[in-house]
Ligand binder design. Structure first.
Ligand code: CTP
Ligand code: MG
Length: 416
């Protein structure tokens, strides 16, 4: 039974808050970057370094307390930036003034943690492109082991140990080396105690894990990432800006790809010669008194062109591959049969028809008087608007000589 469960005990609301706190130190002056303002407030691709650094923290799945440490005269500005990055989670954010050294800034951050925080992460705002996954890896390892956790990368350069006059003494075994980054995670109480014990040596420590390890605690490395590099020089800043631009472009490509895969276009063409006997079937209508079109089926070039346009839009092949032009089951079959079957396949593949447009090329029949009738029949068959236009070829070619007709169709379909 916990203290809170005991009869009469009053719960301390501050203990109900997040168990993880993230201190983002951003109080440095950025001397090496040389922008004339503190590094965290320098603009990179339209947002400040600080805002870029906070964005991945507020993408974490589980809530954390976020403490931002900035130069004393920048607290107000940092609150505005922090609120923008935090959005609806602004109540999880605190901004405090830092000190002259990185370690004094970390101490100011530690002092601002809520009582319920058990695990604390210390992160450099200067590592502005650190992915959310790196925070998650560090938190998971810290909670699982109860140790200090630092993200690190294997060292790829060959490393030499040299003496005072730069003479090489030894090639260091680089398999045992890690270049470490932030965020670094620690059990909160043990880190506070380690800082207290090391008070007089704080300035000498190059990272928080060094102080923590000096106090006798185990520190484990987990995988870091190239993106978590520290922006120190103008070169680093332009590299970060370039990487942010690449990310933005990739994101736009993704959005574009999603749009184009849900809407698809297709094209179909069919040609039939006139025959001698029978009745013309065209565009889903019977045309008494007109010369029929020859074909294994009823020769409805308009219907067949639409079928091909629909199948091509859906990537389902064409009328020949789907129905087998020699298949005896389709001997004399009407265009309507093929259209119904193609639309069924289309629906089964998850598509609906947005619209179909057809152009009929030929001298006969005179199409205009029955255009609306044909469009009505075809639209009902494909479950979407079909428009049919007709033209002649000025007496040129086989259509101009009255030997047959051509139909060209385009179809637009959409994934449901
Ligand atoms: N930092 C801090 N307080 C300080 C010094 C540094 O909070 N007194 C923070 C920086 O803002 C940075 C991180 O510690 O996010 C790492 O420090 P560094 O990269 O050295 O940044 P600066 O000290 O700002 O840069 P420079 O050393 O070039 O002046
Ligand atoms: Mg510094």
């Amino acid at each position: 039974m916990t203290a809170i469960d005991e009869p009469g005990a009053v719960a301390d609301p501050s203990l109900d808050g997040p168990a993880v706190g993230v201190i983002v130190v951003a109080a440095g002056s950025g001397t090496r970057l040389g922008a004339g303002i503190p590094k965290a407030f320098v603009s990179l691709a339209g947002s400040t370094v600080l805002e870029h650094a906070l964005a991945p923290v507020f993408r974490l799945r589980d809530a954390v307390q976020v403490v931002v440490v900035v130069p004393a005269d920048r607290v107000g500005q940092a609150e505005t930036i922090g609120r923008r990055a935090a959005g609806k989670a602004a109540d999880h954010l605190r901004v405090v003034a830092g000190g002259d050294t990185r370690q004094s800034s970390v101490l100011a951050g530690l002092a601002a943690l809520w009582p319920g925080v058990r695990t604390v992460l210390v992160h450099d705002a200067a590592r502005a492109l650190t992915p959310t996954g790196q925070f998650e890896r560090v938190i998971e390892a810290a909670e699982r082991t109860g140790w200090g956790i630092v993200p690190g990368l294997a060292v790829t350069d060959t490393i030499k140990r040299v003496d005072a006059s730069d003479l090489v003494e030894q090639t260091v075994d680089r398999t045992a080396l890690r270049a470490v980054q932030t965020p670094q995670a620690f059990p909160r109480d043990a880190l506070v105690a380690a800082f207290r014990v090391a008070e007089d040596r704080l300035a000498a420590a190059t990272d928080d894990a060094a102080l923590y390890a000096d106090a006798g605690h185990p520190v484990l490395t987990v995988g870091g990432s190239e993106a978590a590099f520290k922006i120190t020089t103008p070169w680093d800043a332009q590299r970060a800006e370039r990487l942010l631009a690449d990310r933005e472009r990739d994101r736009e490509h993704e959005v574009g790809a999603r749009t184009t895969t849900s809407i698809r276009t297709g094209i179909g063409i069919d040609v039939h010669a006139f025959a001698d006997d029978g009745e013309l079937s065209l565009a889903g209508l019977s045309w008494p008194g007109e010369r029929p079109l020859a074909g294994h089926s009823d020769g409805d070039a308009v219907a067949h062109a639409i079928v091909d346009a629909l199948l091509s839009a859906a990537g389902l092949g064409d009328i020949g591959s789907m129905f087998g032009t020699d298949d005896p089951r389709f001997a004399g079959a009407s265009g309507e049969v093929f259209l119904r079957a193609a639309v069924e396949r289309l629906h089964a593949a998850g598509f609906v028809v947005v619209n179909v447009a057809v152009q009929l090329v030929g001298n006969r029949p005179r199409f205009a008087p029955r255009r609306a009738e044909a469009e009505g029949v075809l639209s009902a068959l494909v479950h979407g608007p079909v428009s049919v236009a007709a033209t002649t070829t000025d007496a040129l070619g086989f259509t101009g000589r009255g030997e047959g007709v051509t139909a060209i169709a385009t179809a637009l379909i959409e994934r449901r």
